[in-house]
Design a protein around this ligand. Structure first.
Ligand code: MTE
Ligand code: MO
Length: 431
């Protein structure tokens, strides 16, 4: 087999593949590369495993805790939590952010999935809850949750992202927050339920039906219009989140899941699908989730979340610990399908190296990327750039602002830059 010249399998020095010390994406798998953070094992008994009795740590000297009926995180991880930004007068209206910088892999734990509620979390009795399908159908139908349980199900492993996620990126000055506090209105879960197409086919579609108005069973009775073609393609009436019944804050007992499309369309506590010929022009598709562009026209029905990526580590709030080899870690996703490529730059876009994509790479789903970086201790500017399977490339901020102006509020997906100073501190910059 030909040897990759830049990632020497024999333990030689991995060679840079881009400016600033970015190494080949396979470099981290090779011997030659010492991350030098473990303490060298000495000869003390604990380090050789021959310690006994009092010399062992306390948790090895008494029996452990008994079983728990529902597991909880370690008490040492009590700081791992969502950041809440509720409305003072109406605490049920607001958001909570996922701490993206503290998580690994591609799945967001259910308890850390971001939240966006317009009027709080309804406490729904699943026995009383119904889903009504009506309007331009041959036969209106009503489903109890137990009825839906009997239909064939399917899972979608995918992200839900609020259309307003990352909107601080439109600020004239770069805001300084953690990755989660800036971009954490996106999370990735396994959603399982009944394909909407199965239920609509059972009701029988009137040929005039082109839209469905989905309504939630919260005190806001939030509603949105969805093109019928998307619902028939891959939308789900989800009952399960990460394998268990959906958490109350994410739509218990039923939620619409619309893969890759704006968060607001994923109606929680779903109670109605009203088939119609036209959209309903609800508040969340007219007053909100639309935006004025430089040419004076408003963008409306911007359903798909475009490709985006972020470096979650290192990132603002975290620190570099001296010159060394680091694994740059991040997340990429696209509402159009699979992520094809993520590139990383540590010299502010002068040069780019291709990051490794961790399997599985699924459509409309978080994709974890990793790149090896030998930091020499000098100031650097870190960026990541995603390309999806349609060939769409995540734009630099300047390009996005040129195209959309600064009246924007939604759909901010520009390349994000972190500056590293000589002390190893990170800040958000426009570069
Ligand atoms: N019924 C109902 N559905 C809703 C909302 C709501 O307030 N009520 N918020 C929407 C918005 S704007 C978003 S971004 C997502 C958030 O989903 P999550 O709270 O599960 O993350 O739910 C959407 N579905
Ligand atoms: Mo949203």
């Amino acid at each position: 087999m030909p040897k990759a010249p830049s990632a020497d399998a024999d333990g030689g020095e991995p060679q840079p593949v881009a400016g600033g010390g970015l190494l080949h994406r396979r470099a981290l798998l090779h011997r030659g590369l010492v991350l030098a953070s473990a303490t060298a094992a000495g000869t003390a008994a604990a380090q050789t495993g021959t310690d006994t009795g009092e010399s062992r740590p306390p948790w090895m000297r008494t029996p452990g805790q008994p079983f728990t009926s529902y597991g909880q995180p370690s008490k040492h991880e009590a700081a791992l939590m969502r950041t809440i930004a509720g409305n003072r007068l109406l605490p049920g209206n607001g958001v909570s952010w996922t701490p993206l910088e503290d998580l690994e892999g591609m799945i967001t734990p259910s308890g850390l999935h971001f939240e966006r509620h317009h009027n709080g979390v309804p406490q729904i009795d699943p026995k009383q809850h119904r889903l009504l399908i009506h309007g331009l159908v041959k036969q209106p139908l009503q489903f109890a949750v137990a009825d839906l349980e009997r239909y064939p199900m399917r899972s979608h492993l995918g992200f839900i992202e609020c259309g307003g996620n990352s909107n601080a990126g439109w600020h004239p000055e770069p805001i300084q927050r953690s990755v989660g506090g800036f971009h954490g209105l996106v999370s990735c879960n396994e959603w399982t339920g009944v394909p909407v197409s199965v239920l609509l086919n059972e009701a029988g579609l009137d040929p005039k039906a082109a839209w469905a108005i989905a309504e939630g069973g919260d005190a806001f009775a939030m509603n949105v219009s969805l093109p019928l073609a998307k619902l028939m393609d891959d939308a789900l009436v989800a009952l399960y989140q990460n394998g268990e019944p959906i958490r109350p804050e994410h739509g218990y007992p039923l939620r619409l899941v619309v893969p890759g499309w704006e968060g607001v369309l994923n109606v929680k506590w779903l109670r109605r699908l009203h088939l119609s010929a036209e959209p309903v022009m609800a508040r969340n598709e007219t007053a909100k989730y639309t935006e004025l562009q430089p040419d004076g026209h408003a963008r409306q029905f911007t359903f798909v979340m475009e490709a985006k990526s972020l470096i979650t580590s290192p990132s603002p709030g975290l620190r570099m610990h001296g010159p060394n080899v680091y694994e740059i870690r991040g997340l990429a996703w696209s509402g159009h399908g699979r992520i094809r490529k993520v590139e990383v730059s540590v010299d502010g876009s002068s040069s780019w190296a291709t990051a490794a994509l961790q399997d599985p790479v699924l459509p409309r789903c978080f994709t974890r990327f990793r790149a090896a970086w030998r930091w020499d201790g000098k100031p650097a500017v870190l960026k990541s750039r995603a390309t999806d399977e349609t060939g769409y490339v995540q734009p630099e901020r300047e390009m996005l602002v040129q195209e959309r102006g600064l009246n924007g509020y939604f759909h901010y997906n520009a390349i994000v830059a972190w500056a590293v100073d000589a002390e190893g501190a990170l800040t958000h910059v426009y570069a």
